[in-house]
Design a protein around this ligand. Sequence first.
Ligand SMILES: Cc1ncc(C[n+]2csc(CCOP(=O)(O)OP(=O)(O)O)c2C)c(N)n1
Ligand code: SF4
Ligand SMILES: [Mg+2]
Length: 337
Amino acid sequence: MAETTFTNAPQILEPFKGVKRVTLEEYFTSGHRTCQGCESALVMKLMVKASGPRTIVLGSTGCMYVANTTYYTTPWVVPWMHTQLGSSGSAALGTAAGLKALMKKGRMRAEPINVIAFCGDGGGADMGLGAISATLTHKEYNSLILLYDNESYANTDIQLSGSTPYGANTTFSPPGSVKRIIHTRWKKNTAGMLAAGHPECRYVATVCASYAVEMMNKVRRALTIGGPTFIHSLDPCPKGWDYDPMLSHELGELAVETGIFPLYEVEDGVVRHYGKTKAIVEGRPRKPVREYLLKQGRFAHFTEEDLGYFQAKVDEMWDKWEIPGVIPFWKESAAKK
Ligand SMILES: Cc1ncc(C[n+]2csc(CCOP(=O)(O)OP(=O)(O)O)c2C)c(N)n1
Ligand code: SF4
Ligand SMILES: [Mg+2]
């Protein structure tokens, strides 16, 4: 039997050419209880709108599990399954392998079915990083792992994660009168690390739902290219970041325009900055980070010195990194500057 008769082949999903071409069908609808202005809920909606109806969604514990599957209610129209907090990688791999085996045995019709496993930053960038890494080495199974990064363990009341920005006020890092900055570590570079370290993974991208069509098209690209793929989404969170919910969209834009969260995709080893980030790489000035930080209560304790430190770290990412905003290695000549 030819391989193609039983493998779960990738779906071919052409990019949406503009917002008017986006399909009207929704596969994540009413029935969830996320906070007003929750960008992670928007990411779920756009992610599955992009993938279409022949999709299985798996998700680890966190806001996008708890608030989306309250007893007897759910917004999911497509099949959905919860998985343990650190297990998005294993759930993606197991489901993709299961589908392939069932199709091979003739127990299921052989048709392309998308497998998407999402995780939060706590579940994906911290606890489940090993399982994601393992999945990204298995090129024979098609799956997309989407990390929705609200920059804290939000569901359990905003504890800091490896993805929490420097200095942010969380329940684990409240600023005090003796020590103002409790969280002194710089945010983990998850997408860059996974892209650099997994030669069998053909596609890694960063996205932000403030740029919805581009975001959906990255999901479509990941699913079309096949194999294990990874997308990192930055999601403003009104509760954890402490701002008026009406600012969610604007904060996503500012994260990109200040250069704090660069948008790029890495396909077969080729890095391509896109959107506003591409313009920055080509010379457009970045907005000062204070425009982003001072709109959020979690940075309300920042002094001019703290803002200066944050700005300098972001400048370094742009001025010194070998591939701006992607891989944190410097040429020796840049280190001497
Ligand atoms: C092994 C394990 N440890 C702790 C918990 C408790 N817990 C449930 S959700 C959650 C936060 C997860 O954070 P993240 O993955 O960032 O998702 P978010 O809540 O921010 O959406 C924690 C710690 C758990 N469910 N399982
Ligand atoms: S705490 Fe943040 S991520 Fe969780 S539901 Fe509320 S806005 Fe969304
Ligand atoms: Mg989180």
